[in-house]
Ligand binder design. Structure first.
Ligand SMILES: *Cc1c(COP(=O)(O)O)cnc(C)c1O
Length: 380
């Protein structure tokens, strides 16, 4: 079955008890046991809940994986995936990654005895050069944040598996509609379901998907023991988002491509970073690794931070806010917002200059969005 059919049917069958067409919100903490010896599939909602199970099954199907686990946030999901490691192990991650993942590596994993080295996100050789005998996991985010660089998941998985190293991919930016890392050789997929999967900027959540029963069991045990699970109502909201993922992603992409083309021609713009543009240095890789280029784009303005401030002051539709992947278009300054806490030195290493602007292109009419950007760039 095709993606959109799976998103609507499998994992979300009508409720066997009542015939309810949508999965009910099982708002319960516990479940009655038959007797002391026997308990049903569900007995306590931290360990398992039917609404969460529907979400976890659907997420696994969409990523073409065997097992899905839902978490209370994307960062909770990332930390859970990292539990496959033990103190003394080493991680190689892309340099251009979500600021919260960097914080997890540096502030949670490093004191716990797991160090991380950072490779140039766009270079397979750079990842290879960072490997040590202790490396047990390669952590990829592709396209990366905020520079939209690509990492070749197939090539990295090949070199990792030759050495018994696991590969995890944060697939938040693409969603499984445009990229399926497990099909490309990755072992673990992580999501912030807060973004495209929920899709409406109204819920925080995360997920881990794998096809390896051993990895799944480790992460599932951690889920039950650490307890960062999503509430049934939040699971239901994400399930609802998944049903329209395909049509939303297609529209996000069409408008992002349109705006990328517009911005690339505009004289106030220094550079546009979008994998769908022929000018993107990894456009060819994007065409084979992804089935679409997504709704995120970054551009650099001529004129530094003052130009960014001017742009923000004149925009009417784009909302200045963290996050991405919702129906409404958002704009952010990576240097001031997501990567704001980093030192100037760290920002320089990441090529995160203060003239960068990141757009999450929403579902408004693309010409309206173009007009909003043009008017603001020309200070009308
Ligand atoms: C937002 C985000 C996260 C963290 O997710 P939360 O739901 O905010 O905890 C992780 N990775 C990427 C790429 C993100 O955009």
């Amino acid at each position: 079955m095709q993606f959109e059919t799976l998103a609507i049917h499998d994992g979300q069958a009508p409720d066997p008890l009542t015939g309810s067409v949508t999965v009910p919100v099982y708002q319960t903490s516990t479940f009655e046991r038959e007797d002391l010896e026997r308990r049903g599939e569900f007995f306590y909602s931290r360990i398992g809940n039917p609404t969460r199970k529907a979400l976890e099954s659907t997420l696994a199907l969409l990523e073409n994986g065997r097992f899905g686990l839902a978490f209370a946030s994307g960062v909770a999901a990332s930390l859970a995936a990292l539990q496959v490691l033990k103190p003394g192990d080493h991680i190689v991650a892309g340099l251009d990654i979500y600021g919260g993942s960097y914080r997890t590596f540096e502030q949670l994993m490093r004191p716990w005895g797991v160090n991380t080295s950072y490779a140039a996100s766009e270079s397979t050789e750079s990842y290879e050069a960072c490997l040590t005998r202790e490396t047990k996991l390669i952590w990829l985010e592709t396209p990366s944040n905020p520079l939209l660089q690509l990492t070749d998941i197939r090539a990295i998985s090949r070199l990792a598996h030759e050495r018994g190293i696991l590969v995890a991919v944060d697939n938040t930016f693409s969603s499984p509609y445009f990229q399926r890392p497990l099909d490309l050789g990755a072992d673990i997929v992580v999501h912030s379901t807060t973004k495209y999967l929920g899709g409406h900027s109204d819920v925080i959540g995360g997920a881990v998907i794998t096809s390896d029963p051993g990895l799944h069991l480790k992460i599932k045990n951690y889920q039950g023991a650490a307890g960062a699970i999503p509430a049934p109502w939040d699971c239901w909201l994400i399930l609802r988002g998944l049903k329209t993922l395909k049509i939303r992603m297609k529209e996000h992409e069409a408008s992002a491509l349109h705006l990328a083309g517009f911005l690339e021609q505009h004289q106030a713009v220094e550079q546009v970073f979008y994998p769908g543009l022929a000018s993107h240095p990894q456009h060819e890789l994007a065409k084979v690794q992804m089935s679409g280029f997504g709704g995120m784009l970054t551009f650099a303005l001529k004129g530094g931070l003052p130009a960014v401030e001017q742009l923000l002051a004149h925009l009417k539709l784009f909302v200045l806010a963290d996050s991405l992947g919702g129906v409404e278009s958002l704009i952010a300054s990576p240097a001031k917002m997501t990567l704001g806490p980093l030192s100037d030195e760290e920002k320089r290493r990441r090529k995160c200059t203060d003239n960068l602007v990141r757009l999450s292109v929403g579902l408004e009419n693309a010409s309206d969005l173009e007009d909003d950007l043009r008017n603001a760039l020309e200070r009308k």
